[in-house]
Ligand binder design. Structure first.
Ligand SMILES: [Zn+2]
Length: 258
């Protein structure tokens, strides 16, 4: 659905059902369809984060946790969304992976920290994940799943995350029902949007956005190794992505001061 048509539908829903079903993505200004409010999103994210922490090995090794905290907090500051209870957790796992849950719960594997050769490179992946959070991509995807699963009922205001339907939509949207920590891929357009916002956040936090080129180029080469990184099952690192990122650097540079 394109912006203008979507905005119209949102307005109609708001007037007829008293339901606020639209939000605007920061930095890109895109109108998006989201059925849940940030509070509901946050509570879902918190529950899921707890599940992730229980089912994985949380690292307490300061060589990793300090760097993840340092970079994460700087990106969170740049994101300027103080309502989100940001947390940056390091998971002891050699595989290359990082993901974020709604409401600002970000997880980074120790393998990803090793792979990123500097704070700026780690900032590339953390800023990308933070961008998914502030663009509310999870809530957006969940809203689509919900409409597909329960259709009109959700639009009639029956939506509640505590109901089995709400819970199921969340689990489907995040793939949590089958495999905790394995987040289903976002759409290509959400990925591009997260790249664009992520580069801006990186720059605002004082990291040179050009570092993202090296990060993604190396990620592309990692793909040909013996065990393809889990991160690449959700984030295609290909020429198309690199080209898109290159074209977004000038916009991000306007926000950069070292
Ligand atoms: Zn992504």
């Amino acid at each position: 659905m394109k912006g203008k048509a979507l905005a119209k539908i949102c307005l109609v829903l708001a007037l007829v059902l008293g339901l606020s079903a639209c939000a605007t993505v920061p930095y890109t200004g895109r109108t998006q369809f989201v059925l849940m409010n940030p509070q509901q999103e946050l509570s879902l994210g918190q529950q899921a984060a707890q599940q992730v922490r229980q089912e994985s090995r949380v690292s307490t090794d300061p060589r990793y946790t300090n760097q993840v905290q340092r970079v994460g907090q700087r990106i969170a500051m740049a994101a300027n969304q103080h309502d989100y209870p940001w947390s940056f957790t390091t998971i002891e796992d050699e595989s290359l992976n990082a993901f974020a849950l709604p409401g600002g719960k970000v997880f980074v594997n120790t393998g990803m920290v090793d792979f990123a050769s500097s704070d700026a490179q780690l900032a590339t992946v953390i800023a990308h994940e933070v961008a998914h959070v502030i663009a509310r991509h999870g809530a957006e995807r969940m809203s689509r799943v919900l409409v597909a699963q329960v259709g009109g009922a959700a639009l009639a205001g029956a939506f509640n995350i505590q109901t089995p339907a709400g819970r199921q939509a969340f689990e489907t949207a995040y793939g949590l029902a089958t495999n905790v920590g394995v987040i289903l891929p976002h759409s290509r357009s959400q990925e591009l949007e997260a790249d664009r916002i992520g580069l801006i956040l990186m720059a605002k936090a004082g990291y040179n956005p050009s570092e993202a080129i090296d990060f993604w180029s190396r990620m592309m080469r990692a793909k040909d190794g013996p065990a393809p990184p889990p991160f690449l099952s959700t984030h295609p690192a290909d020429e198309e992505r690199l080209r898109a990122i290159r074209s977004l650097i000038p916009e991000a540079m306007r926000h950069y001061s070292p």
